[in-house]
Design a binder for this molecule. Structure first.
Ligand SMILES: NC(=O)C1=CN([C@@H]2O[C@H](COP(=O)(O)OP(=O)(O)OC[C@H]3O[C@@H](n4cnc5c(N)ncnc54)[C@H](O)[C@@H]3O)[C@@H](O)[C@H]2O)C=CC1
Ligand SMILES: O=C(O)C(=O)COP(=O)(O)O
Length: 313
């Protein structure tokens, strides 16, 4: 029986579970009928948490694990992990940057094309026999348009590269100007939205970016404008977004992320001018395999006293 005990907050694909269970004594929190009872029973032995982006690790959970050394997150966004608690207690935190960048950028472009060209709506149009009876409504061009990118990190840059190939003009908003990129920097998000035809959001979630896409930004984006969100649900004021979609203050939105996933606001399901994705930006076999390997590599490095491949804390 492997002697290092780890707590898994949620399921990983089978190929990761097989490897993890061969290496560690794994406790499956998500399968416990009484989670608190499981934590009370095994909490004092747990040395690592393997979690997922949306499940994170709260201070409340970490407090109950006195031997906790490391939290390894299957995902790049660590907004659901209490990093200040981890830092204060000397608990290491790792994530899975880079390996998912290209796929998340691809889904941003997929959502942009789907939203502007109404690909899902056109699919329904064909399937329901409307083709030939009524004209398919004309849609909006993507190529050559102005794209505002909110967040110019690893994924923001990959999105920029793709939209550049569409001949789009690119400008971005971020905490700081990035000296390594030649795109226009706009320090004022409302001004960026006012300029852009399409606004693509790819900043981290958390308190600092809470509702940065608010009613004023949406109004500046305007009735022809479209919002694509592949960041976190928290970055958008959803009440303001739903109102803007209902009133056509903006034209349409393409969304991979929401508040309260997977039980999202039911009004999204009734809006014709929104394209929905189930938080699946990194959801390819190739990327998920690479993410799982990076989680395992981080845990292995930690328990072998080697440098962590992708440390956050
Ligand atoms: N939809 C999905 O499936 C996925 C979503 N994500 C989300 O994408 C986020 C970004 O990932 P990466 O590009 O790898 O991160 P990164 O750290 O490389 O880039 C983040 C960018 O946001 C900017 N930023 C950070 N805080 C800011 C603030 N308070 N105000 C303005 N700009 C700010 C940074 O300056 C940087 O340009 C993740 O944190 C995660 O939330 C990531 C992977 C998959
Ligand atoms: O890496 C991240 O931060 C993610 O959002 C990944 O989420 P997912 O694994 O696609 O549910």
């Amino acid at each position: 029986m492997p002697d290092v005990e780890i707590l898994m907050a949620g399921a990983y694909p089978e190929w990761d579970m097989v490897d993890l269970e061969a290496t560690y004594r794994v406790h499956r929190l998500w399968e416990a009928a009484d989670r608190q009872a499981l934590i009370s029973k095994v909490g004092s032995n747990i040395r690592a948490i393997a979690t997922r982006g949306e499940l994170g690790a709260s201070a409340d959970l970490m407090k109950q694990l006195p031997k906790l050394e490391i939290v390894s997150c299957y995902g790049v966004g660590t907004d659901a992990i209490d990093l200040s608690y981890a830092r204060a207690k000397g608990i290491r935190v790792t994530n899975t940057p880079d390996v998912l960048t290209e796929d998340v950028a691809d889904i941003a472009i997929g959502l942009l094309l789907s939203t502007a060209r109404q690909i899902p709506q056109a699919d329904v149009f064909v399937r329901t026999g409307q083709w030939g009876n009524v004209p398919m409504p004309l849609v909006t061009r993507v190529s050559g348009k102005k794209v505002g990118i909110v967040g110019m990190g690893r994924i923001g840059k990959a999105i920029a590269k793709r939209t550049a190939a569409f001949g789009c003009d690119i400008s971005y908003f971020a905490r700081n100007r990035d000296q390594d990129v030649a795109y226009g920097y706009e320090a004022n998000l409302v001004a960026l939205a006012n300029w852009a035809d399409f606004l693509i959001v790819i900043v981290p979630g958390g308190a600092a970016t809470m509702k940065i896409i608010n009613a004023e930004v949406l109004e500046a984006l305007g009735p022809e404008g479209m919002l694509i969100n592949v960041s976190r649900g928290t970055t958008v004021d959803e009440e303001a977004l739903i109102a803007a979609l209902q009133n056509r203050t903006i034209q349409a939105a393409g969304l991979d992320v929401f508040l309260n996933e997977p039980k999202i606001d039911a009004r999204f399901l009734t809006l014709p001018n929104v394209v929905l994705q189930p938080h699946h930006g990194s959801g390819t076999i190739e990327t998920r395999k690479a993410m799982g390997k990076l989680v395992r590599d981080n845990l292995a490095a930690h328990f072998a006293d080697r440098a962590l491949p992708t440390p956050v804390v």
